[in-house]
Ligand binder design. Sequence first.
Ligand code: GBH
Length: 491
Amino acid sequence: MEYLYILCLLAPCYATLNNKKFPDDFMFGTATSSYQVEGAWNEDGKGENIWDRLLHTNPNFTVNGDNGDITCNSYHKYKEDVALVKELNVTHYRFSLAWARILPNGHVDQINEAGVQYYKNLITELRANNIEPLVTIYHWDLPQTLQDEGGWPSSDIVDRYADYARLCFSLFGEDVKYWMTFNEPKEFCLQGYGEGTNAPGIKESGTGEYLCAHHVLKAHAKAWHIYEEEFRPTQNGQVGIVLDTNWYEPATDSAEDEIASDTKLQFVFGWYAHPIFKGDYPEVMKNNIQRRSLAQGYAVSRLPEFTPEEIEYVKGTADFLGLNTYSSMLVQPRKYTDVSAMGSEYDSEVEEWYDDSWPKGASPWLVVTPWGIQKLLRWIKNEYNNPRTIITENGYSDYDGTLDDVDRINYIQQYLSGIRDAMDEDGVNVFGYTVWTLIDNLEWVFGFTNKFGLYNVDFNSPNRTRTAKKSVGVYQNIIRTRCLVDDCIDS
Ligand code: GBH
């Protein structure tokens, strides 16, 4: 596979792409998130969220001091966005709800009707164009008031989230059949409450991320049970969660490196997937964190414990898995295991790095390793009994937003080919793919410098003009033919 990839760089990649049709019911889509595209940060009664607060008080947090105050202005341009989604030919659009737009202070006692109306309008516009909404309830933009009450590391958040999720189901559930409770809890817990590199910027490595995750898992489970009991009988939709991981390739074929790969996947992905799909945290997490916590002088493990009732309550609470994956890394057991080092990175006792020879995107973490996605999907299939899976994010960043985006085209074609190989050769249960992202947008701490869009956005024009890149035509064609090459054979 790696060898074939190198061939692709020399000649058109064509020959190496999978030539089987995608099934007729395979869902092709594209994705965005509220803070990254909406703007209108304080309009029509929207409350402040943790990204508003962080980037207003600390503009140095992002490249060029960029923030989401206006960004793509999708709050005012949603009809134009839906027209692009339509033009793209996709049947599904994944977007997220801004909690503070619906509930300015985070609590359900005060509902902002204008915010509710915005999402009703967006959903109506999608439905009018025959596009199925895939709705993320939480994509990182916590109302600031809830952060002031303790945020995700505080157990109160579980009920606040459950109230909010119930409200979303009741407001929009007639027209929304695919719900995702959370986007990438690993990222917002680790970076928000461990390493401090995302909002709210708290540095409590080794404890903060585990507390956050524990409450996210309980909140997710509670939302799923609420849907199951109160809404599924009438609304008949599905509730899943979006988890992200790289593929972690063993550095060599030694047994130690193979184990390191599995351990790393457990620490990154199993952290969330194991409680939801199998029950409780992975053994290797429980063991490592307990051992290291005691050695550090803690009386009990830094990893919170689920009671037996909670294990049962969380288990089985996903109707589908949303998977975000972009890159691969090499892994081996960590050479110098300093037991005092704090953080889930160290608790795994695995070290990881990028191979220098792998092609890169603009994002420092993005490498083009399409051979990794099949291995990852196979690992997930074996580990969790082949869950129904949709690739909720995958895509490529450049610096300039060029319209002639051949690197993005190659990336998407090759990852889709890897997915199709995995469906074909390994029988993995993938039912859809939503490209990150519809339009260039605020790439969190990288501001507007890392561009992932299928459409370019001119951030210098007040109109935020959208222009199709070359990848639009290629994706349209893939969807029309359900095929990655000139002549496909039926699946
Ligand atoms: C997703 O996160 C997000 O859901 C989306 O909002 C975002 O715009 C999109 O993807 C593109 O970034 O090695 O410490 O630098 C991306 C997944 C995984 C990105 C881990 C950054 C590396 C952190 N991320 N990652 S670090």
